[in-house]
Design a protein around this ligand. Sequence first.
Ligand SMILES: Cc1ncc(COP(=O)(O)O)c(C=O)c1O
Length: 374
Amino acid sequence: MKVPLLDLKRQYRTIKPEIDTAIEEVVESQVFKLGPKVTDFEDRVAEYCGTKRAVGVASGSDALLLALMAVGVGRDDEVITTPYTFFATGGAIARLGAVPVFVDIDPLTYNMDPGLIEQAITDRTRAIMPVHLYGQCADMDPIMEIACRSGIPVIEDAAQAIGAEYRGRRAGSIGALGCFSFFPSKNLGGYGDGGMITTDDSEVADLLISLREHGQTLRDGGQTEMYHHWTIGLNSRLDALQAVVLAVKLRHLDEWSDGRARNAAYYRSRFEGSPVMAPHVLPESRHIYNQYVIRVSNRDALREHLKENGIGCALYYPVPLHLQSCFSSLGMGSGDMPEAERASAETLSIPVFSLLTEEERDYVATTILGFVRA
Ligand SMILES: Cc1ncc(COP(=O)(O)O)c(C=O)c1O
């Protein structure tokens, strides 16, 4: 049997008529950048995430960059974040000439350890950027408590976590800004790149609307004035085609995330009592399982075994950011972030998508258990 890590063709087959109609409407209208379809989708995302506003942008990476710009991060400022994440988290900080200040992760959730933040704050700290890795919110109460006490804004990298909940609040509605990615493999994935920034602050949302169109001046009614620039932004608009695809998919998102959670519960029961460590879920949380990541001591051998048996799997992420050669100027080395380094060596992402069949998930669990028990 072959089991892919993710099969988006199966998903498309279930929503084909809705998607095809939505795409055709945009092509008929010939309005491809921003416009009413994008505004409508922004309103739906704001409602879904529980924020007043949402601003569509070209990718999750741009969402992070623009959010950092919106809180005024610039050259030589510091932003506290996690080294155990996709590159964009640290890349966005460095792209602005600021310094990513990494704090190690909690070994159970793989998210930023809030107990390490306070000692990383200096008079140059301009933001704290936790990542809701794999679809589970970071432990936000202590993070928000430190941030509020220090007067530092929190930007949530919620790229992997749309719909995740932490003590009754949705990802993207807890900090000052939330950043989302609609990369195709996300729970809410487009047919190309896309991103969104959520916020309760209308002034910040208006600033983002201006920044995403090269800093064009915002006029009454929410439109920017072409060729009049009050500041320097970038070209980062959400496409109407992506917005309509995503609007269709948003209607199915909870059903799909619940399907992932059912597969996760199945794996948990199969792995109980075995050497396979299942994901640790914080109490009063909703994990949306963008990735289902197990932890084993002989990870590389298990990975080979799964490949040989036709099971898709992946490493998220093999090299933590503090060890990436592009960040060598930070002067960090092996052993500086021990939990992130251990997680990079021992974790493995396995298939969890909602349309996985019972036969497939049984085959995945049986193959893994057969290997670790041998
Ligand atoms: C944690 C995290 N941050 C940022 C991003 C960047 O998003 P995008 O690929 O849409 O630019 C991703 C996407 O993979 C991500 O997983």
